[in-house]
Design a protein around this ligand. Structure first.
Ligand SMILES: [Fe+2]
Length: 288
């Protein structure tokens, strides 16, 4: 089974007409999130057009939970519902179910393969991963707790902060989005994905998340200009590294960080092919 892998389309910035078409033969399309900020349902439609009737697995990214401006009253649940409704509409029109929106550890089968998916988020435990003497010289704390505190203060500050934590993200259960909400969502998704991995299944097992389950691919960018010191905490966790090898899947597809990777951890091949990356490969297909 040939999987065409992509993520991070960010169609809020580009016309779907400019999306690169898959340049290789494939059987299943897998999209690891960040389709279309503010209009994720239109993102589902654009990804479905790329798949052209083939089975399609989509997980929501963090940007698929962004509102269309801060006066947009929609909640996180509304945006997820919009994605699922569009998939259902397209599936009904096709007369079968080629599109699956997977979240919160949900699973679906395509042939002999099982796909488990969720956004995943992060626990921010990697905030201090890149701390070194230079940071100490700039007065940043070197303990993990100090690094976490400094990172959260930085990303939530109205001057230096990220849109993610300054009101652009749709609220969940009436609470504004924050790093602490992300940590709670990570704990929830992590538990649900792990529970799905514990269920015995025949055939290949593929996990699809928006956030990365290991920090290695991001470490290559340490010290690069424009890459802040707290980046590992925002992009990844050590979920895959901490899983027993017997629970690790054959393949883990993620997105979020706008650079492709193809690495292994234990028995798991980990890949990403973000459309937003200069090195996006329209012929990147993984065979399982
Ligand atoms: Fe993202």
């Amino acid at each position: 089974m040939r999987l065409f892998v992509l993520s991070d389309l960010h169609l809020e910035k580009h016309s779907p007409a400019k999306l690169p078409l898959p340049a290789a033969e494939f059987d299943v399309l897998v999209c690891a999130g960040d389709l279309w900020e503010g209009e994720p349902e239109l993102g589902v439609r654009a990804v479905a057009a790329l798949a052209d009737g083939r089975p399609t697995i989509i997980v929501p990214g963090n940007h698929d939970r962004y509102r269309k401006g801060r006066s947009d009253p929609r909640t996180a649940a509304d945006l997820l519902h919009a994605m699922k409704s569009e998939a259902q509409r397209l599936n009904e029109r096709a007369g079968f179910q080629p599109i699956s929106i997977l979240h919160s550890g949900q699973a679906t089968s395509v042939g002999a393969a099982t796909f488990v998916g969720g956004t995943l988020w992060t626990d921010w435990s990697l905030a201090g991963r890149w701390l070194d003497g230079n940071l100490a010289a700039r007065g940043l704390p070197l303990t993990p707790e100090g690094a976490l505190e400094a990172a959260i203060a930085h990303v939530t500050d109205p001057e230096t902060g990220s849109r993610e934590y300054l009101g652009d993200m749709a609220p969940e259960n009436g609470r504004p989005w924050s790093p602490h909400e992300a940590m709670a969502a990570h704990r929830r998704d992590r538990g649900l994905i792990r529970a799905a991995l514990e269920r015995p299944r025949p055939g290949p097992l593929v996990v699809v998340t928006h956030h990365m389950p290991l920090p290695g691919p991001v470490d290559a960018y340490q010290g690069r200009e424009g890459v802040p010191w707290w980046i590992p905490a925002f992009y990844c966790s050590t979920f895959l590294e901490e899983l027993p090898d017997g629970l690790r899947p054959d393949l883990w597809i993620s997105g979020h960080f706008h650079a492709p990777h193809d690495v292994s951890w234990g028995r798991t091949r980990c890949v990403a092919n973000p459309v937003a990356a200069a090195a996006f490969d329209p012929s990147f297909v993984v065979e399982i």
